[in-house]
Design a protein around this ligand. Structure first.
Ligand SMILES: Cc1ncc(COP(=O)(O)O)c(C=O)c1O
Length: 251
């Protein structure tokens, strides 16, 4: 049983925190391990000037998973893997055995076949929408939208921290804010978990805002993940209002 790979997170699903990628990269290099970074949600956050340092070491990854359908605003689904060197990937996934997947008589570029780099054989042309989005908006416009999402999550974090009836459950690092409704009358953690779960259901069914959930240090958290370029400050205010309203109606 020999480890061969170490995986760091560039934006966790629950709270959006980023691992110390440089430190992990050093360990991977020391022990000759493949260094993969899961940036499915969070990697585009590195486009924000204020967050660049957080992602130091991302460039050392051997591979990065990225879901452009999350924070690059591309329609579902468009999951992709970015590889630094393709030889190892090709060695793992390509096969010379089947005639019908061989490419004949083309230059290297023309003969590129995605099936040599992953498990899918028949596959849709997912790259088109990613390419089109990048071509049409450009990285500067996308970076601006990402920075706006980050600022909105921070704004929600401030609203929550400054309110007497809310509790921030994790630092807001990227565009995710985890919080709970916690009125001051002494409720236990179990009661707060139950109340917040009901609040989430009510808000989701209400259709004004959408919150998912996460467990943070054992507590049920309402999780706002802002990955829409159309979200505004008033949507954030509306979300807080919807949570308060749901809580009032549940009393
Ligand atoms: C950080 C992270 N990694 C991996 C995944 C899984 O990606 P996919 O749904 O594209 O398989 C998700 C979310 O779905 C995610 O947020």
């Amino acid at each position: 049983m020999r480890p061969f790979c170490v995986v760091g997170s560039a934006g966790t699903v629950n709270t959006g925190v980023v691992d110390p990628l440089n430190e992990i990269a050093n360990i991977a290099a020391e022990f000759d391990l493949w260094f993969h970074v899961d940036g499915a949600y969070g990697a585009p956050g590195c486009l924000d000037e204020g967050k660049k340092l957080l992602f130091a070491g991302l460039e050392l990854a051997d591979s990065v998973s990225l879901d452009p359908h999350k924070w690059l605003y591309v329609p579902v689904d468009a999951g992709c893997l970015l590889f630094k060197k393709d030889a190892a990937v090709r060695a793992a996934f390509s096969t010379e055995e089947a005639d019908y997947i061989k490419t004949h008589g083309y230059t290297d570029e023309e003969a590129f076949a995605f099936w040599d780099y992953g498990v899918e054989l028949s596959r849709r042309f997912r790259a088109l929408k990613v390419w089109l989005t990048l071509q049409y908006y450009g990285s500067r416009r996308i970076a601006q939208a990402i920075s706006e999402d980050i600022a909105l999550a921070a704004y929600l974090g401030e609203l929550v921290s400054n309110a007497n009836d809310f509790e921030l459950l994790a630092p807001v690092e990227l565009s995710i804010c985890c919080f709970r409704y916690a009125p001051q009358r002494g409720m236990s953690d179990v009661e707060l978990d139950q109340l917040n779960e009901k609040i989430m259901e009510t808000v989701q069914k209400g259709g004004r805002a959408y919150l998912s959930n996460a467990t943070v240090n054992g507590k049920f958290a309402l999780r706002a993940c802002i990955t829409n370029f159309r979200t505004t400050k008033s949507d954030i205010d509306e979300t807080i209002a919807a949570v308060r309203e749901a809580a009032q109606n549940l009393k």
